[in-house]
Design a protein around this ligand. Structure first.
Ligand SMILES: [Zn+2]
Length: 661
């Protein structure tokens, strides 16, 4: 049994959900209000005790197992969730490799040192006579005693050896202090001295509240630099940190929105003003890693930046990063020449708000918190913002300048998921540039990397009656060999495992399978296709490798893999599976297998829904009956689509075998 199975056998999903959701029995299942979207009318959230799975039939249309539930609720990643649930279940996880273990111990020690340093600086700030003008400065900025405590504001003495001496007497070595970034070494003079002197100290914690570094503000009028940060270490990686996220994450989820500001002080004063969903960049433009981190909590972002040129440039860079990072619902298409075209719609709502000239979040909130709220509510969708900025900078009497603006904006418009909104932006752009909408839409804009984005085509008709005539008749559902729910899910898992095993050796198989699935108008593979969380994580890894075009087997990156994935891979490889050398047939077989297991899952969900509808009818809850019935229609459509795809594929196979004869 893997640790994951062990954990699942010891913990009951029902108990875990019931910690925060009030559940009612409804036949074999339990229902309640969904904790992941706001709705207090329809209890669309269902827990299935028999399969230990959950599903939201409302706005989320999402579901999964114990792990995915906890990951979603806590906003934690797979490893964190595993450790958390393992300790709850009393399961001991397999040890990491010796290098991983040593590194982890070292990082923990460094974090402890930095926490001790934060206490040391905070104490100086609170009590040292030398910190008097630091206290006055903070008072002028209007920070309350509670805020100072919450953010553990500190002060570094104006001496070269104060910090060093303090920690030396506590038994820390110079190397430890250097590694933690508290000391600086001057190669030329061969001297080692305090890095932070005469500065206001702002401790920086990671998303889990671990102390990882400092941002230190000068207290001298012309002090350079204004902010001195800790040097880059394993713990302090500016591209992976967002200031304030440890405190803000809960509020970001609750409010369904993250506000990103420029500086540490902005976060602190906005928090004090009562707005708690705020984080700050780390003095750099937004990075993909920062967005990935935020994406755990929300897909709605408001970027609030100062009204200077640097702010605008930073915003534009941030937007480019956002486009490249955030999830897209990828669609693969084929043009007549056989080239694959990839289109994506950004699954995120990014808005931008510009601070009024000469103001920053701090000055606005200190004057009137209500003003901040109004400002954030007025944030403009990114496309509108970019059109505004670009048009203001360009000479719109120059056709070349117009083209340049169009080239920048069109990719953003094509990323907009909602067709009505998309149309709206086409019109704004056309009006701003004073050109025809059709002319804009004909403009082929080269993506980074030189690929050409095809103009949006209508989605393939999934269940159109027009297409039905040409489609092969749905084959009858296969005879059910395994009748019990558990037996069926075991069969599904077997298929999933087979699939993963083959793709471990060749990540590019995923791409080929996706291509064939798209040819059959079936959705491409995603993590949700896999039942267990470890397999979802493993598929995520394989999928990432294939997206980078890597052909090397996953095993080649063994040392960098999480111990739990290593164990899973060993496990998969120990089981025997069919392997075929004929690549074409292999892909075909894998695609059929994917369709098979999807069919099983949809059928199972459909059975559950029937039960739920039955109970909702008995209770006379018409809203619930409607919600479930709507979901059932979607499932039926999915099933028809699967049947059609399978039918089409077997027709191809038949033709091929006839040709051979
Ligand atoms: Zn929901």
């Amino acid at each position: 049994m893997t640790p994951i199975d062990e954990i699942k056998s010891r913990l009951d999903l029902v108990d875990i959900v019931a910690e925060t959701v009030e559940l009612r029995k409804s036949g074999r299942s339990l229902t309640g209000f969904c904790p992941f979207h706001s709705n207090t009318k329809t209890p669309s959230f269902v827990v299935f005790p028999e399969t230990q799975t959950w599903r939201c039939f409302g706005a989320c249309a999402d579901g999964g197992d114990l792990f995915s539930y906890v990951m979603k609720r806590e906003g934690s990643d797979f490893r964190e969730t595993l450790e958390n649930l393992a300790s709850r279940a009393g399961v001991i996880l397999e040890e990491a490799t010796p290098q991983q273990k040593a590194k982890k111990v070292e990082q923990e020690q460094q974090a402890d040192l930095l926490e001790a340093a934060a206490d040391y600086f905070h104490n100086l700030f609170m009590h040292a006579p030398q910190a008097q003008y630091a206290r006055e400065y903070v008072k002028r900025r209007g920070l309350s005693a509670e805020t100072i405590r919450t953010y553990k504001i500190g002060f570094a003495l104006n001496r070269w050896d104060a910090c060093r001496t303090h920690f030396d007497t506590q038994g820390y070595s110079v190397k430890e202090l250097l590694d933690g970034g508290l000391l600086t070494h001057n190669e030329d003079k061969g001297t080692t001295y305090d890095r932070f002197r005469n500065r206001l100290m702002i401790p920086i914690r990671d998303v889990n509240g671990r102390y990882v570094g400092f941002g230190a503000r000068t207290l001298e009028p012309d002090g350079i630099p204004k902010y001195l940060n800790s040097p880059q270490t394993d713990l302090f990686d500016k591209s992976r940190l967002l200031y304030g996220l440890d405190l803000a994450k809960r509020h970001i989820r609750e409010e369904g929105q993250a506000v990103i500001v420029e500086g540490y002080m902005d976060v602190i004063s906005v928090w004090q003003g009562g707005f708690r969903n705020v984080v700050a960049q780390m003095g750099t433009a937004l990075t993909p890693q920062q967005l990935q981190l935020l994406k755990r909590y929300t897909k709605k972002f408001v970027i609030a930046l100062d009204a200077d040129a640097a702010g605008i440039r930073a915003t534009m860079r941030g937007l480019e990063v956002a486009r490249q990072t955030l999830d897209r619902t990828a669609e693969f298409r084929f043009d007549p020449t056989g080239l694959v075209r990839e289109e994506g719609r950004l699954e995120a709502d990014i808005r931008v708000v510009m601070m009024p000239e000469g103001e920053d979040p701090d000055s606005i909130v200190s004057r009137d918190p209500a003003e901040w709220k109004t400002l954030i509510d007025q944030a403009k969708p990114v496309v509108e913002y970019v059109i505004g900025v670009m048009a203001a900078e360009a000479d719109l009497n120059d056709p070349k300048a117009k083209t340049r603006v169009a080239e920048q904006v069109i990719p953003l418009i094509r990323d907009v998921e909602n067709p009505i909104e998309r149309e709206h932006y086409w019109q704004i752009l056309a009006r701003t540039l004073r050109v025809d909408v059709q002319a804009l839409q004909r403009l082929q804009v080269a993506k980074k990397g030189g690929r050409v984005v095809a103009p949006a085509k209508p989605r393939p008709v999934v269940d159109g009656t027009k297409k039905r005539r040409q489609a092969p008749p749905p084959p009858p559902p296969p005879a059910r060999i395994l009748n019990s729910g558990r037996g069926r899910s075991a069969a599904v898992r077997k298929r999933e495992e087979n699939f993963l095993r083959e793709c471990l050796d060749n990540p590019l198989l995923v791409r080929r399978v996706n291509r064939m699935l798209s040819e059959q108008n079936a959705p491409i593979l995603n993590e949700g296709d896999f039942s267990s969380s470890e397999d979802q994580a493993l598929f995520g890894l394989i999928n990432h490798q294939q997206s980078l075009g890597r052909v090397a087997p996953i095993i080649e990156m063994w040392d960098s893999l999480d111990a739990i994935l290593q164990q899973r891979i060993r496990n998969l490889q120990a089981q025997s599976g069919l392997a075929s050398n004929q690549t074409e047939r292999r892909v075909e077989r894998l695609v059929l297998s994917v369709l098979d297991w999807r069919q099983e899952k949809v059928t199972r969900l459909n059975d559950e829904l029937k039960q739920l509808i039955h109970h909702a009818r008995i209770e006379g809850n018409q809203t619930l009956v409607t919600t479930y019935t709507k979901e059932q229609l979607t499932l039926v459509k999915q099933l028809q689509q699967i049947y059609r795809a399978k039918g089409a594929m077997s027709a191809v196979a038949r033709r091929r075998s006839e040709e051979k004869i």
